[in-house]
Design a protein around this ligand. Sequence first.
Ligand code: ADP
Length: 166
Amino acid sequence: MTGLSGSGKTTIGIALENELHKNGLLTQILDGDIIREGINKELGFSDDDRKENIRRIAEVTKLFVNCGIITICCFVSPTEEIRNLAKTIIGEKDFVEVFVNASLEVCEQRDVKGLYAKARKGEIKDFTGINAPYQAPLHPAIEIKTNELNVEESVKLILDHLKLNN
Ligand code: ADP
């Protein structure tokens, strides 16, 4: 899942995981905040570090996918180049690009973690949407407009795409 901070990736990821569990499916969520505190804790937000962040996540994802585990990746992944890198590593047939789309205004209003306020004050540099670019995906497999849909409806779009709704 790609989208601005606060667009809804983690919220949808957790709700999606709950639904997949009801279908008896194995899942693993990989989330930016957690990964950046753990295996990628030395990485920052420069272009090179963002690329390395996603490269490692994609390699880890491939290992999970090889075990038959549906891996839900919640990362801003702000450029076409970075997302293509992930797709290449994971393999096209196992990669579903979900664009969690909420406008910058909506995300900033939500400001779930207070990061937009900090970025506006100049306390965070390279913050996507404020002082670092976000390239919206051109052809996502799924686009979820989280200022129009609630979480349940958002999850349903993904389940429908995966043909997992009874
Ligand atoms: P991200 O992981 O993209 O940074 P979060 O999931 O942490 O975003 O935060 C998204 C916020 O938006 C949450 O407070 C969530 O309750 C809210 N929200 C409102 N509508 C939706 C929706 N349809 N899907 C997901 N989140 C939503």
